[in-house]
Write a protein that binds this ligand. Structure first.
Ligand code: NAD
Ligand code: FES
Length: 294
């Protein structure tokens, strides 16, 4: 069992949880993820690691409550336990194994979209700890939906904020900021890493392709076992079928078939919405009239 040490709401329906998981904390690397279950009957939910502290034995995850299972996880309070906290899973970010001198000579741009800011943070932090100050663009719908900006500011070179409604920073999409930095400010980057909603990663890839800028994305495909056995997380990269859980989650953005990935991600949306409605009605004490709660 994995005790919840801390829980905070970062923005509407976005929760931070610090969990006691010493073995995961001691071996986690930037770019990896965990699979969490609230209880023994719970669905396995893949979540990106937002921070880890080997000395404290803690791992921080950030969860957006979008379905029955994420709501169940976020309903738990500090002192209570998660049934499963499997990880670290997936491959660490490529730069972790790069020669440090070469890495220090590189200009890296991170693009974090909404909840995707959480998995970007440990990557930027790791780089700062190893003498590399990366630039970061954080995009969100509005000021209230921005998360972890102060922590990010402490480890980033330059931090650029963009909101869709202009309530903070630049008014517009992260892709417009990328163009502005390269075209108006004459910035040169050797690598771009984009993490956020699939549609954002698709358009970041299309934007950076124009500049020949190598781009990595972290895919949040549907997952079941997280061990490469079930095939639920398969995506096409460079015309080949690969598994996000064991071959990723990071891939060359210019080779990913985003349209297929988005279709697969939406496959179970109807069932998820139905399960959520049933859970909400149960919580409100209603008996389902058409027998869906059997
Ligand atoms: P959001 O919809 O608020 O988007 C965040 C930012 O992305 C926007 O402010 C905008 O700047 C940019 N963006 C969105 N659409 C764009 C487009 N068409 N072109 C260019 N830029 C665009 O983000 P959200 O509501 O926080 O997103 C939640 C989604 O993120 C969920 O679907 C979740 O699964 C996903 N997510 C992904 C990861 C990952 O590892 N890739 C991690 C956490 C969450
Ligand atoms: Fe089953 Fe990746 S989640 S193969």
């Amino acid at each position: 069992m994995y005790k919840i040490l801390e829980k905070r709401e970062l923005a509407s329906a976005i929760w931070l949880m610090k969990v006691h998981a010493p073995r995961v904390a001691s071996s986690a690397r930037p770019g990896q993820f965990v699979i969490v279950r609230a209880d023994e009957c719970g669905e396995r939910i893949p979540l990106t690691v937002a921070d880890y502290d080997a000395r404290e034995g803690s791992v921080t995850i950030v969860i957006q409550t979008i379905g029955v299972s994420t709501k169940k996880i976020c309903a738990l309070d500090p002192g209570q336990c998660l049934a499963d906290f499997a990880g670290p899973l997936g491959r660490p970010s490529e730069f972790v194994s790069e020669d440090l001198q070469t890495l220090r000579g590189k200009k890296i741009l991170f693009v974090a979209g909404g909840v995707g800011t959480a998995p970007v943070y440990p990557q930027v932090k790791w780089l700062a700890e190893h003498g590399v100050r990366a630039d970061v663009i954080v995009g969100a719908k509005n000021r209230d939906m921005l998360i972890m900006t102060e922590q990010m500011r402490a480890v980033a070179g330059n931090l650029y904020i963009a909101t869709d409604d202009g309530s903070e920073g630049f008014k517009g999409l992260v892709t417009e900021v990328i163009r502005h930095l390269i075209e108006q400010q004459g910035r040169h980057y050797d690598l771009c890493v984009a993490i956020g909603p699939m549609i954002m990663m698709k358009f970041v890839a299309l934007t950076t392709r124009d500049y020949g800028l190598k781009t990595i994305v972290s895919l949040n495909s549907l997952m079941v076992d997280g061990t490469g056995m079930c095939g639920a997380c398969r995506v096409s990269v460079g015309g080949k079928t690969v598994f996000t859980c064991v071959d990723g989650p990071e891939f060359d953005a210019h080779l990913v078939d985003f349209d297929e990935a988005m279709r697969r991600q939406g496959m179970y949306r109807t069932q998820e919405q139905r399960a959520l409605k049933i859970a909400e009605e149960r919580a409100a004490g209603h008996k389902c009239r058409i027998g869906l709660d059997k």
